[in-house]
Design a protein around this ligand. Structure first.
Ligand SMILES: [Zn+2]
Ligand SMILES: [Zn+2]
Length: 402
């Protein structure tokens, strides 16, 4: 028997329903906040991710689902959604206009890593990207959307907030940090490596000993330029006004130069260990970096697998119709009726002749609101028998009355 590939799994039954439900809710809320749907290919040129996600990142360094296609092209299954969205934005020349654009996307992403609990090689994300607005109010808009999604599902999560500065305040800070790191002994191997390749990432090392050693490290938040500082203060003020609680986390950093200013995460400890459900922030330089006109941008991404562990499905209400036939000729009448009704309503058309009692039992199992049956009497009088399974009310209707 052929099985699914390692690290890949199917959504079937309840899980498939839950995925569809989560997607529906996210789509609806994103639309309510002014975002429109976009879909980009699963497969892109490897160079796109090397440039955007960064060669020094773990994703590109170790986890790319990369191969050569039959035409000899170096291609890669998308490990995340932002790169493709920015590429699409550029390819449509949307960077040339003055309008701002807001997109949401959802679907599968791929990372070739060792499969373990909560980490699959094919996983699913929902994300939003907003282009063209360098107004801090857009940061608020994005954070509120993320919060609305979590609130809708009743998920308690802590908003962590940081500013990672801009091209005028980040470089001098980085120099200071490197100086500090060079005078600090005992950092772990990862930190030693990052000290040279990507010093900012040392700050989010998960090693306890490193945590202690890094306590006195200089913090960018205390060294922001005037512009970044004003934006951060304004962001906090607007969140306060919206009664959104947050925690400042100066260790919340991004390792790449095109990230700037706002960085945020929603972290939940409902899954045992603390885990990030939503991560986002500004990437004002990425569009330019990928060859476009300078365009400020901000977005977030959310993992569906993690979300689905926290979501419980709402009770399903009775809905739609169950059609059952009792005796010869009844099925044909019901088929015609079902066909018309199905343009707007869910109709379960049963294929077997059963007793009325058996049909009612089936209708209940299908969670239908109405059970409609046709037997000999109804056939003769061109009528239908209908029962509302919630109110238990029964009726005889003319065929054209349904
Ligand atoms: Zn700055
Ligand atoms: Zn470390």
């Amino acid at each position: 028997m052929i099985k699914a590939l390692r690290g890949m799994k199917d959504f079937l039954g309840d899980e498939a329903q839950k995925y569809a439900y989560c997607v529906d809710v996210c789509k609806q809320l994103a639309q309510n906040y002014g975002f429109s749907f976009c879909e980009t290919p699963l497969l892109e040129e490897t160079a796109l991710f090397k440039r955007s996600v960064g060669e020094s990142s773990d994703i590109v360094g170790k986890e790319m689902y990369q191969f050569e296609d039959k035409g000899g092209n170096d291609v890669c299954l998308r490990p995340e959604g932002t790169a493709g969205t920015v590429r699409a934005f550029l390819e449509a020349k949307l960077d040339r206009g003055l309008a701002n654009h807001r997109f949401f996307y959802y679907g599968s992403m791929y990372r070739y890593e060792r499969p373990q609990r909560g980490r699959l090689r094919q996983f699913h994300q929902f994300g939003v990207e907003s282009f063209g607005l360098d107004d801090i109010k857009e940061d608020v808009n994005i954070i509120l959307l993320a919060k609305s999604i979590l609130d809708f599902f009743g998920i308690k999560a802590t908003l962590k907030l940081n500013s990672i500065g801009c091209q005028s305040c980040m470089p001098p800070y980085k120099q200071n940090l490197v100086k500090f790191l060079e005078s600090t002994d005992g950092l772990c191997e990862d930190c030693q490596r990052r000290k040279n390749t990507n010093p900012i990432r040392v700050l989010d090392c998960k090693n306890e000993a490193c945590h202690e050693l890094l306590r006195p490290a200089p913090r960018l938040l205390n060294n922001l330029c005037k512009d970044c500082k004003n934006d951060f203060e304004e962001l906090k003020k607007l969140l306060d006004k919206s009664s959104i609680k947050y925690e400042i986390d100066t260790n919340l950093v991004r390792g790449l130069d095109y990230y700037s200013k706002t960085a945020f995460e929603f972290v939940s400890d409902e899954l045992g260990a603390q885990g990030t459900i939503i991560g986002g922030g500004r990437y004002d330089k990425l569009v330019e970096y990928l060859g476009g006109k300078a365009t400020p941008a901000i977005g977030f991404a959310m993992g569906f697998e993690r979300l689905m562990e926290l979501v419980s499905m709402p009770e399903t209400k009775r809905s739609g119709y169950y059609f059952g036939s009792l005796g010869k000729g009844a099925y044909e009448v019901l088929l015609g009726k079902a066909n018309k009704l199905r343009l707007s309503e869910k109709v379960h058309l049963d294929y077997q002749d059963r007793s009325l009692k058996a049909h009612l039992k089936q209708a209940d199992k299908k969670n239908a609101l109405y059970c409609v049956c046709v037997g000999e009497n109804e056939l003769a009088s061109q009528t239908l028998w209908l029962k509302n399974l919630e109110t238990k009310e029964e009726k005889i209707l003319r065929l054209d009355e349904l």
